[in-house]
Design a protein around this ligand. Structure first.
Ligand code: TXA
Ligand code: MG
Length: 351
């Protein structure tokens, strides 16, 4: 079998690996697989024991629900009930793709998958390897899968990231190359009747609203524009401290740190001007999708041990950048993206 997709063709060797992965999954194993967003750590969604292994491997609390990955929108009714017409429209338009719908679950969906909630998260991934794996697993089967990282850490966007982080307990890592989107899916809940954005991601809210013809409520709009670590749970985080600052504040901060002989790397949007032994500039793309594609890999690379501090120049504000800002805010020890008038001490006062 060969499968043609935008990412290319599945060759004979990859096909054999996918078949082997499906056998491991049927036997209750846990397999890491590529999606267009990030790599997932999957188990047969109908096998609670296998699903519980995912939580052990990740070190993730058992009440955090997993997304169920299905092969086709036509399978929606097998996993969810009372599906609003608006949710069906989004599925029709954006699947396969980086959109997760939270819907009322079918009673058979294991508690191990939903964290005991009455809802279930569903999506059809847009990656030829993920789709071929679902096909090989069997008709109407599904993969419960979170991102294939340890709990609270940066999601993996290559097979090498997965192998480096989750050596123990994973039956197999399928390599599908670097993930095209690079950030997780957008999550929209329909459980309360009207659509609610739970996580910005690979598809912009504007694109979803254009199809729905109505606004999607965004609880994240109420989140603080500024924070210092401790005021929000750390998530998607490197171990090296990360500060997200306006270009002006970043210049002052980097100078201050270099004077203290700290080893600083700047994730900048403008081309590098001058490096010093203590200050390295790492240029990020100025376009939102390209920035998103690079972000996690860049954070992993810069987190490898040499630097004491990662400073990121705050990207522009706008719907296209919403998911990037969300992830930077969660990863940062200090998130202060706008220039603040009284700059005296952002660390003690404004943040
Ligand atoms: O792009 C993605 O969504 C990736 C790929 C692998 O599909 N998956 C991913 O999974 O990011 P995870 O587990 O790292 O993040 C899924 C988020 C979690 O915050 C979880 O709490 C939420 O989705 N979620 C899953 N099911 C839910 C439900 N029934 N109700 C509310 N939130 C849910
Ligand atoms: Mg995750």
């Amino acid at each position: 079998m060969t499968v043609m997709r935008s990412e290319g063709m599945i060759d004979r060797e990859q096909h054999n690996q996918i078949e082997a992965a499906a056998r491991l999954l049927r036997a209750g194993g846990v397999v890491a697989f590529p999606t267009e967003t990030v790599y997932g750590l999957g188990a047969d969604a109908a096998n609670p024991q296998a699903v519980r292994r995912i939580f052990e491997i990740k070190g993730r609390p058992a009440d955090h629900p997993l997304i169920v990955h299905i092969a086709d929108a036509a399978l929606l009714d097998q996993w969810a009930v009372e599906i609003p017409e608006a949710a069906r429209r989004l599925a029709e338009r954006f699947w396969p793709g980086p959109l997760t719908l939270i819907l009322r679950r079918q009673p058979h969906v294991p508690d191990a998958v939903t964290g005991g909630q009455e809802s279930v998260g569903l999506r059809v991934p847009d990656h030829p390897v993920a789709l071929a794996l679902l096909q090989a697993l069997g008709p109407e089967k599904a993969l419960a899968a979170p991102s294939a990282n340890r709990f609270g850490r940066i999601s993996p966007t290559t097979a090498a990231h997965v192998r480096a982080e989750l050596a123990e307990g994973v039956s197999m890592v399928l390599d599908g190359g670097p993930c095209r989107v690079g950030l997780e899916s957008t999550i929209v809940s329909f459980v309360g009747g009207t659509p609610l954005l739970l996580r910005p991601g690979g598809i912009s809210v504007a694109a979803l609203e254009a199809v729905l013809g109505e606004r999607i409520e965004t609880p994240s709009a109420a989140q603080p524009a500024i924070h210092v670590s401790g005021s929000l749970p750390s998530h998607y985080a490197p171990t090296t401290p990360l500060e997200v600052l306006s270009a002006e504040a970043l210049k002052r901060r980097s100078w201050e740190l270099v004077k203290q002989e700290q080893r600083v790397v700047v994730l900048g949007l403008a081309p590098p001007c001058q490096d010093s032994p203590h200050l390295l500039r790492f240029q990020m793309p100025a376009e939102a999708a390209a920035y998103a594609h690079r972000l996690y890999a860049a954070l992993r690379q810069l987190d490898a041990g040499y630097f004491n501090m990662i400073l990121a120049e705050a990207p522009p504000v706008g719907v296209d950048w919403q998911a990037v800002h969300d992830r930077l805010r969660r990863a940062a020890t200090v998130y202060c993206p706008a220039e603040i008038q009284s700059q005296e001490n952002i660390y003690e006062e404004s943040c």
